[in-house]
Design a protein around this ligand. Structure first.
Ligand code: PMP
Length: 360
């Protein structure tokens, strides 16, 4: 088939809103200091790598993986001390769970609500599933505008509300009593996305039983396992039973299922890495705030949002210095001249600050 014929068929059958999109851009970060994607910067100790190698060696890759993800679920239930009364759904990253949750409730005409700016994949998935997305602007200090949220819930009657707790890309944690208020008023499902829970002081996970419309979403990506692609949703079993119906039967590959329980059992290592990153976050924020013209916002995540004098120029200057961050300028009026900088190793953070100083 010629390229022209393919283009014609595409034009005829692909949904116009999909054709209008550009694919999620993942920058080529080879040989760069990578501070753009909230990964954990630490590689694993040799002893654990050897254990992984031994486990992987015996994985029967000729067979489909366990469709129920039982070993992973058991490891999660143990490490989180989850009661049997709550359900768990596993996803190929929490990105997949966002898609599954959205598809589950996307009746024609249904609305997704969320504070704005927040994680871009909520809005994207509303579009994929044919839902209407209504964004409620945050205040200038990135707090929830609770009056506007209440009004939007009344007006829009959302089937689904996504709240990132803490929020990406602003880094702050919204007030818990305001999220409670949203949970009580929302007629539909409310997802509290705790991708950054390891770096925050608060969680709704222990409160699943209190709210019949709450799903807590989490990921292992920010605590050192981004490459495994594993996320989980915790909610009342009535919800997880429905969500599981949309999950592809073998969505978690065999290697991930073999390795994740081993890493989840390394509680001390995970806790020590999170503690180091929190200390580095504080150090990085102080160093950024000390730069003339830079505002570094408070954060409960493993990244720091900073407003700089000229974000596009600073982003390019950093890239030329071999450092990749995320330029958010142009994403939303509240993010004008903002860069999102993932907390790296102490050496990487030092390199970043040195490179920024050379940009003046
Ligand atoms: N939720 C939030 C708030 C995020 O920031 C991210 C990653 N950027 C995700 C979900 C998705 O993470 P993953 O698919 O790696 O689990």
């Amino acid at each position: 088939m010629s390229a022209r014929a393919a283009a014609e068929v595409v034009a005829a059958v692909v949904r116009p809103e999909i054709r209008a999109l550009s694919a999620y851009a993942v920058a080529d970060a080879r040989a760069m200091i990578k501070l753009d994607a909230m990964e954990n910067p630490f590689t694993l100790p040799e002893a654990i790598r050897a254990k992984i190698a031994a486990i992987v060696r015996d994985v029967p890759v000729n067979r489909y993986p366990d469709g129920g993800g039982r070993a992973v679920k058991a490891a999660l239930r143990a490490s989180l001390s989850l009661p049997d009364s709550v359900g768990v759904v596993l996803g190929n990253g929490s990105d997949e769970l966002i898609q599954i949750i959205t598809s589950t409730v996307a009746k024609p005409g249904a609305t997704m609500l969320g504070p704005d700016p927040s994680f871009v994949m909520y809005r994207a998935n509303a579009l994929y599933a044919g839902m209407r997305f209504v964004g409620v602007p945050l205040t200038q200090s990135f707090a929830l505008d609770i009056e506007a949220m209440r009004a939007a819930i009344e007006r829009e009657r959302p089937a689904l509300t996504f709240i990132a707790y803490p929020n990406n890309p602003t880094g702050n944690l919204f007030a818990a009593d305001e999220i409670e208020d949203i949970l009580r008023r929302a007629p539909g499902l409310v997802v509290v996305d705790e991708a950054y829970y390891a770096f925050a002081d608060a969680s709704f996970l222990p409160r699943i039983g209190e709210f019949s419309n709450l799903v807590v979403l989490r990921t292992l990506s920010k605590i050192g396992m981004a490459g495994l692609r594993l996320g989980y949703a915790v909610a009342a079993p009535e919800w997880t039973t429905e969500l599981d119906k949309l999950r592809a039967p073998y969505n978690l590959n065999a290697l991930t299922q073999a390795v994740a329980p081993l890493l989840l059992a390394e509680r001390e290592l995970l806790a020590a890495q999170a503690a180091t990153l929190k200390a580095e976050r504080a150090r990085l924020r102080v160093a950024l705030a000390a730069l003339p013209g830079v505002e570094a916002f408070r954060t409960q995540t493993n990244f720091v949002l900073a407003r700089v004098p000229d974000a596009p120029r600073w982003f390019d200057g950093l890239r030329q210095a071999g450092i990749l961050v995320k330029n958010l300028h142009g994403w939303h009026p509240l993010l004008a001249h903002c860069l999102r900088i993932t907390v790296g190793t102490p050496a990487e953070n030092d390199a970043l600050v040195a490179a920024l100083k050379s940009l003046y």
